[in-house]
Design a protein around this ligand. Structure first.
Ligand code: COA
Length: 260
């Protein structure tokens, strides 16, 4: 499929998805949202891709939210529908079966922050700004922000961010564990690719099962999460990669993992 709002580069098991509406600060209009969903449902079945990097075009913005011009006519029914649709796009990203890295190159506001929250790893350039400014428009975050932000940064800070709408800078985002690394703008994608390469050098079954187990921390009580972890650990022990990884360590050589 040809995308009009996304630039996709697939190379050596890494896909880089650039949201490309820089004149509107990469805000998510309906075409962009439907293209994102299409791509992430599609990438799930692509055996040649294991890591996806998402970023925004230009040096100013990752994604400055949903396209506000598409919100003005919403009512109760269409508003709920739009929210459910947005949530399903970000669910598709979180559950696409690949590791997804948000390379946040500027504003991550509203739906832009919610998009980053649905990714598994978040790194940012020094100029980035993060916020849920929806209250300024008389709405609440509707693409998962009220649920994922408290789970990631804690209820106290998330509540302050959502109720005030005030953005925070990269230093604060790093302090509250919203992002794991701050980089100069021109090194952001290089570092994202380094993380991707690192992940690609591991056993991919273990990578996928780690993601699944980590997800259990937010979706299940501890006792069930621990059970899930043990089941996934056992499944790993049944793989070629596990025999190879442990044997390679004993033989003091690099493991030769299978792709799947
Ligand atoms: N939806 C639609 N258009 C948007 C947008 C959004 N979320 N964010 C920015 N744009 C557009 C602007 O309307 C402007 O378009 P124009 O040149 O046709 O007038 C263009 O992107 C550049 O934005 P501008 O506001 O001029 O840039 P700025 O540097 O002065 O301000 C922001 C940057 C991010 C502070 C400001 O654009 C902003 O507050 N955006 C909205 C953020 C938001 O509320 N997001 C949540 C939406 S639910």
């Amino acid at each position: 499929m040809n995308y009009s709002t996304l630039i996709i580069k697939e190379d050596n098991r890494i896909s880089t998805v650039t949201i490309n509406r820089p004149d509107k600060l990469n805000s998510l209009n309906s075409i962009c949202k439907s293209e994102l969903k299409n791509y992430f449902l599609n990438v799930k079945t692509k055996e040649n891709i294991d890591v996806v990097i998402i970023t925004g075009a230009g040096e100013k913005s990752f994604v400055a939210g949903t396209d506000i011009s598409e919100l003005t006519q919403l009512d109760k029914k269409t508003g709920e529908k739009l929210s459910r649709e947005g949530q399903s796009i970000f669910d598709a990203i979180e559950n696409c079966g690949k590791v997804v890295i948000a390379a946040i190159n500027g504003y991550a506001l509203g739906g832009g922050l919610e998009l980053a929250l649905a990714c598994h790893i978040r790194i940012a350039s020094e100029n980035a700004k993060f916020g849920q400014p929806e209250v300024n428009l008389g709405i609440i975050p509707g693409y998962g922000g009220t649920q994922r932000l408290p789970r990631i940064v804690g209820i106290s800070k998330a509540t302050e961010m959502i109720l005030t709408g005030n953005p925070i800078d990269t230093n604060e985002a790093f302090k509250i564990n919203l992002i794991s690394k701050i980089l100069p703008q021109n090194e952001l994608l290089k570092y994202a690719n380094q993380i991707a390469e690192n992940i690609l050098s591991k056993g991919q079954i273990a990578i996928k099962k780690s993601l699944e187990a980590i997800k259990a921390t937010v979706e299940q009580p501890l006792s069930i999460g621990l059970k899930t972890e043990a089941i996934l650990f056992g499944e790993c022990c049944d793989t070629f990669d596990m025999k190879e990884g442990t044997q390679a360590f004993i033989e003091k050589r690099k493991p030769n993992f299978r792709k799947n």
